[in-house]
Design a binder for this molecule. Structure first.
Ligand code: HPA
Length: 276
């Protein structure tokens, strides 16, 4: 049942449908470094989060965010410019509400992007990493609570979240464009504090290659709904304890901005080649 959670999503969809009838095939979540990605979209419609009743809106002035509807090549996309993070204080269900909304609007593929701290062997700041799997147990699971049967089963399988065919497309595009694409497992922690060196050593022992504060809870909710998922992370810094400099948000943003042109190329060309 959980009608209220379902109805909250349905109401958001209804509000968006009152503004646009655009039906996207691909949903793209823009992480750090892809803030200007809209330049690559032939825009058909935009809907501000603040215009959607019940939609979580960032409390930080100027960071409200919006959905952008349009075309990447011939592919119909909806982009999330500005995502909601658990560390901002939102209920975990609100963090994944936008993804559920994008699925209900028609999106079949979810392309997740983010910035992260790298700990994989040979990783450096500015690298791009294909997410091949994730570790979720250090962050809250968005499916806790009554199951929303309209979305998916109580105990969804997570053995194949990041789809092989989408990964292959991204690898192929990287190769053709001379992008040294790393690969690995992404772990989400709650943040907002960065990790300690001891935590990073622990994560390394668990097989983690990159660590961040988003994405995994989104992938879990989208996989629950049957979306086909892929993800690329921009390694914006070496994780705590792996370099001499202390971590800062400014450093993360700067490195992500530097990687933006290649990141943009990889995302755009991959989307154009996806089989919907
Ligand atoms: N840790 C967690 N989240 C991050 C990092 C990091 O080192 N870099 C960018 N996002």
């Amino acid at each position: 049942m959980s009608t209220s959670a379902y109805e909250k999503v349905a109401k958001c969809v209804e509000a968006i449908r009152a503004k646009t009838s655009f039906v996207p095939d691909v949903a793209l979540v823009l992480g750090s470094g892809l803030g200007n990605y809209a330049e690559n979209i032939k825009i058909e419609a935009e809907v501000s989060y603040s215009d959607i009743p019940g939609f979580p809106v960032s409390t930080v002035p100027g960071h409200a965010g919006k959905f952008i509807f349009g075309y990447v090549g011939d592919v119909k996309v909806v982009c999330m410019k500005g995502r909601i993070h658990f560390y901002e204080g939102y209920d975990i269900k609100d963090v994944v509400l936008p993804h559920r909304v994008m699925k209900m609007l028609g999106a079949k593929i979810l392309f997740l992007t983010n910035a992260s701290g790298g700990l994989g062997e040979g990783f450096g700041a500015g690298d791009l990493m294909l997410i091949t799997d994730h570790v979720s147990m250090f962050a809250p699971n968005p499916l806790i609570g009554e199951n929303i049967d309209e979305f998916g089963p109580r105990f969804p399988d997570m053995s194949n979240v990041y789809k092989k065919d989408l990964q292959d497309v991204i690898r192929e595009v990287a190769k053709e464009n001379g992008i040294d694409l790393k690969e690995g497992v992404y772990a989400q922690l709650t943040g907002p504090s960065f990790e300690s060196p001891a935590e990073i050593r622990l994560l390394g022992k668990l097989g983690v290659s990159a660590v961040g504060m988003s994405t995994v809870n989104e992938a879990i909710a989208a996989n629950h709904m049957g979306m086909r998922i892929c993800g690329v992370s921009c390694i914006s810094n070496l994780a705590a304890g792996l370099s001499d400099s202390p971590l800062s948000h400014e450093e993360v943003q700067e490195a992500a901005d530097k990687a933006a042109p290649l990141f943009t190329k990889l995302v755009t060309e991959s989307i154009k080649r996806f089989t919907i």
